[in-house]
Design a protein around this ligand. Structure first.
Ligand SMILES: Nc1ncnc2c1ncn2[C@@H]1O[C@H](COP(=O)(O)OP(=O)(O)OP(=O)(O)O)[C@@H](O)[C@H]1O
Length: 261
């Protein structure tokens, strides 16, 4: 094994840095030798199922630690337990499945929890949660039971629970996957109106092809990194080519089976 000596982390450097990061789960390498410096306001992440998109997000928000390399988020090193406690001020993750994120029974309680976790007193947090909903023309959502909301509405609650504490970066893991078309358009507009840095993974390339930067993860490796339009076109072309090869192989297999019978 080659040991790589890394220079001291640039704690004053803004943005998100991954330096020679490798993450394994069991004996499987999930992300391999990833080097990234993420400073653009809108960054997309694309790649097949299992490519490592959610794993990348979990590393950035400090939920997982790499086996080698290091991650820093706006100067906060995720590998340092003391600095990790400050991470929620810098970055928030919206999980792929809202039910993995939501803890509290009502919308106001869920939003207030984000604030108390950030150090705001309970009473003030409750009031700020209600004010936040009212400012979004959703005052009647405050006492709604989260369990009675649709999947799209629960996703909206998750996004608001991140936005209310205004971390510098929002990580959105496949936020469109369960949304109908009107809800996708609503979420797109919400994202466009958000001042924070957004890093968004998706299988729906339309949602990121206008982003200035898109990362293409392929089997745990960074296959390409560049302007959204270019990377999305290259990924779509690759998918088309692979599926043409697979289809041809299936046709040959069926023909061989037919001959054998
Ligand atoms: N808890 C876990 N234990 C073991 N392996 C895991 C675990 N979570 C993810 N993996 C593996 O890590 C790899 C990357 O998974 P990840 O969820 O990051 O992919 P993804 O690109 O987000 O996929 P998808 O598009 O399906 O959400 C996969 O091979 C997956 O099987």
């Amino acid at each position: 094994m080659t040991l790589k000596i890394l220079p001291p982390a640039g704690t004053a450097t803004p943005g998100i840095r991954l330096e020679s990061v490798t993450l394994s789960r069991g004996d499987r390498i999930v992300l391999e030798q990833i080097d990234l410096h993420l400073t653009e306001p809108r960054i997309g992440v694309v790649g097949d199922n299992g490519a490592g998109k959610s794993s990348l997000f979990r590393l950035i928000c400090g939920l997982d630690q790499p086996q080698s390399g290091r991650v820093s988020v706006h100067g906060c090193r995720t590998g340092d337990a003391g600095e990790r406690r400050k991470l929620p001020r810098h970055v928030g993750l919206m999980f792929q499945n809202p039910d993995d994120q939501i803890i509290f029974p009502t919308v106001a309680e869920e939003l207030a929890f984000s604030l108390t976790a950030a150090g705001i007193g309970k009473q003030l947090a409750r009031q700020q949660a209600r004010d936040f909903l009212a400012a979004r023309n959703l005052p009647d959502w405050a006492d709604r039971a989260v369990g009675e909301l649709s999947q799209g509405q629960r996703q909206q609650v998750c996004l608001m629970a991140l936005q209310i504490t205004t971390p510098a970066t929002l990580l959105l893991d496949e936020p469109y996957s369960a949304l109908d078309l009107p809800s996708q358009l609503r979420l797109s507009a919400q994202i466009a109106a958000t001042s924070q840095q957004i890093i968004l993974s998706t299988h729906l390339l339309d949602h990121v092809e206008d982003f200035e930067r898109v990362l293409w993860l392929d089997n745990g490796r960074l296959r390409a990194d560049g302007p959204g339009r270019e990377i999305c076109a290259a990924y779509a072309q690759d998918v088309r080519e692979r599926s043409a090869v697979n289809t041809a192989a299936e046709v040959l297999q069926h023909a061989a089976q037919a001959d054998a019978t």
